[in-house]
Write a protein that binds this ligand. Structure first.
Ligand code: 9MR
Length: 618
């Protein structure tokens, strides 16, 4: 149980009760922990799966004023009776399920129980259907407060170039600084380029490690930073800024008068700006695509013990536009807290934009994946649109408006794809900024931009309505990091709620959270420390407890990548053959294609948790 330094105060979270899931059993088998799972040796996954309950709820719980739906796996052709029992076992309310039929993504025969009308706060509720109970859960208004801070705290844990102090994270998660030029580290204070790319070294210390690896990638850093800063901007404009203000997070900058979420984002922004090619050099103003190890390191490898040479990879147009977009957003959002920093961000953004315009087709190849992820991106029109939107919102200058309105993405309905925006598809980020940040677009154009958010949200609601588990991605959307596609589409619904005031969009965003926290075919919360049965063996070089008992599990608030029908790692291929898309997940540290953590996955979780936690909203 992950309890330090903040306690999860509500009783349900402290309850030691553990149910055995297919995922947990498989993990125990792989870890050689057979003694912990008596009788499980040799049990095929199908038998193990029978140990899960057919009643699938948000295991954290439900907001009193939010939707409250559960999925029941049953082949019954007629409605079943459900009972909501309170902590004393008394029936608080009961009703009949709706038969939903076969859920395409999971293959499950499903019913839906809807107890949204019940609003009485309490803990230890249990939903019982057909004599079977689901996981216990709470109904309370502060349901998402801990998740808001835990999901944000992930970024502090991932910081490179600074010690992670026990006073902030507890002894289990404390570690020395990584990649500050101290042996055996060979970075990141004077990092050379790959052969033929440059003949000098750069100080690219800081930033966040991307995921379970120690790479630092401008492209993925961009969307992650944008989401954290946007989370704060959203809260501020809707009257909830205080909850994300100063001294709300466990960060070293606590108490400096600047909102902690912005302090955290600045840690990455400073790194992103260090990745810019300096004046006087070839490709000046562009951003190096990434810095990472020359060869893949093993698991575990603590950051401060990484002995691989570090290398800068060729600048790319996509990275440069990620820098332009996030630096321009910095200029807009940081201005009232630190005008000098905002000015520096804006100057960086302008330089990056000009460099990208001068080098519009310097693509990062998919093949460059030795020692780090490729983050290949050969379509950058979306990144141009995103950066132009941010520069326009920051400056109001006609040249940037022209770049916005002449972009094919400005009118395309594809800015919001059914599977959602992501590190490679960023047009939606520009669209969301134009829809929510004050800017000088003509009224009719602005109305069209805003309407497009609601249209996209309606599309996600339609997708959810056709499913047993109300997931806002289609069956084909269970890709690497699918949980972040769920969060990202939920964000579109949340913004649609803000823009229109229509409750159905908030309901959709909250139901997406239900899926992540246990209302799914695996009866599992994908967020460590949140829910009754949760993922805890995510792929990470330091939080590698599954491989080394002296190392910790991921800290509370870490989101697993989630089901990936592509089965792109050996563990997934071995253990998940034949899985239905939504079931292609295993809580094993070796399954990096289904069970890694990443900054671009935790950032939207943090965004969504802050949205769900906000009591005063409009
Ligand atoms: O999130 C990325 C996913 O979209 C790609 O399909 C996958 C393979 O290229 O890479 C994912 O990103 C990983 C990155 O390459 C390296 N750090 C860990 C990231 C999460 O798995």
């Amino acid at each position: 149980m992950l309890t330090f330094p903040h306690a999860h105060r509500h009783p349900a979270a402290r309850r030691p009760r553990r149910r055995t899931t297919a995922v947990a059993l498989t993990t125990a088998l792989l870890a050689g922990a057979l003694a912990l799972a008596p009788g499980a040796a040799g049990a095929p996954p199908a038998e193990a799966a029978a140990a899960t309950t057919p009643v699938r709820v948000n295991q954290l719980g439900y907001l009193p004023d939010g939707p409250k739906r559960a999925t029941v796996v049953s082949a019954a052709a007629t409605p079943l009776t459900w009972q909501l029992r309170d902590a004393s076992g008394a029936v608080a309310v009961s009703g009949r399920t709706t038969v939903r039929g076969t859920d395409a993504a999971s293959g499950d025969a499903t019913h839906v129980a809807d107890f949204s009308a019940y609003r009485t706060a309490g803990s230890g509720y249990v939903l019982v259907v057909d004599g079977r109970a689901g996981a216990p859960f709470d109904i309370r208004a502060d349901l998402y407060d801990d998740l808001r801070s835990d999901a944000m705290a992930f970024f502090h844990h991932q910081r490179s170039g600074t010690p992670i102090e026990a006073s902030l994270v507890g002894p289990e998660y404390a570690r020395p600084a990584g990649h500050l030029g101290v042996a055996p580290n060979l970075g990141d204070t004077a990092v050379p380029c790959q052969a033929g790319v440059c003949d000098y070294v750069r100080d690219v210390r800081g930033g966040w490690y991307d995921a379970g690896d120690h790479g630092k990638y401008v492209v993925n850093g961009g969307i992650s930073t944008w989401l954290l800063v946007d989370s704060f901007a959203r809260a501020r404009r809707t009257g909830g800024g205080a909850a994300l203000g100063d001294s709300t997070l466990r960060v070293p900058e606590r108490g400096n008068g600047v909102p902690d979420v912005l302090d955290e984002a600045r840690w990455e922004l400073d790194f992103l700006m260090r990745m810019q090619v300096p004046a006087g050099r070839p490709y000046a103003g562009m951003a190096f695509h990434k810095v990472h190890d020359a060869a893949w390191t093993g698991i575990p490898t603590r950051p401060e013990l990484d002995a691989q040479p570090r290398e800068l990879h060729r600048p790319s147009t996509a990275a440069t536009l990620n820098l332009a977009a996030t630096a321009a957003q910095c200029a807009r959002v940081f201005r009232r807290h630190d005008a000098a920093y905002a000015n520096r961000c804006l100057a960086t953004a302008r330089t990056a934009w000009a460099a990208a315009r001068a080098n519009p087709a310097l693509y990062a190849p998919d093949s460059d994946s030795t020692g780090g992820g490729a983050y290949g991106d050969s379509r950058v029109t979306d990144d141009f649109y995103w950066a132009a939107a941010e520069l326009y919102a920051a400056t109001g200058e006609p040249a940037y408006r022209e770049a916005v309105t002449s972009s094919p993405w400005h009118t395309s309905s594809d800015a919001f794809t059914p599977t959602g925006f992501n590190w490679a598809d960023t047009a939606a980020l520009g669209r969301l900024t134009l829809a929510t940040a004050p800017n000088g677009l003509p009224a009719a154009d602005l109305a069209r931009v805003r309407a497009s958010v609601a249209t996209a949200a309606d599309g996600h609601l339609a997708t959810m309505a056709g499913q047993g588990y109300a997931v806002p991605i289609p069956s084909s959307g269970y890709v690497w990091g699918s949980n972040s596609q769920v969060t990202n589409n939920a964000i579109v619904m949340a913004v649609a709620h803000e823009l229109t005031g229509r409750q159905r969009y908030r309901d959709g965003a909250l139901e997406a959270m239900d899926y992540l926290l246990g209302r799914n075919t695996l009866d599992l919360s994908y967020v460590t420390g949140h829910g009754d049965t949760y993922a805890r063996n995510q792929h990470h070089r330091f939080w590698a407890h599954q491989y080394d008992a002296t190392l910790p599990n991921p800290p509370a608030g870490s989101l697993a990548g989630g089901p990936n029908s592509g089965l792109q790692d050996p563990v997934a291929q071995e253990r998940l053959a034949g899985c239905a898309p939504a079931g292609c997940y295993i809580d094993d540290i070796g399954s990096y294609s289904t069970n890694e953590v990443a900054i671009n996955w935790n950032a939207p979780l943090a965004w969504l948790a802050a949205y769900a936690a906000q009591r005063c909203r409009r």
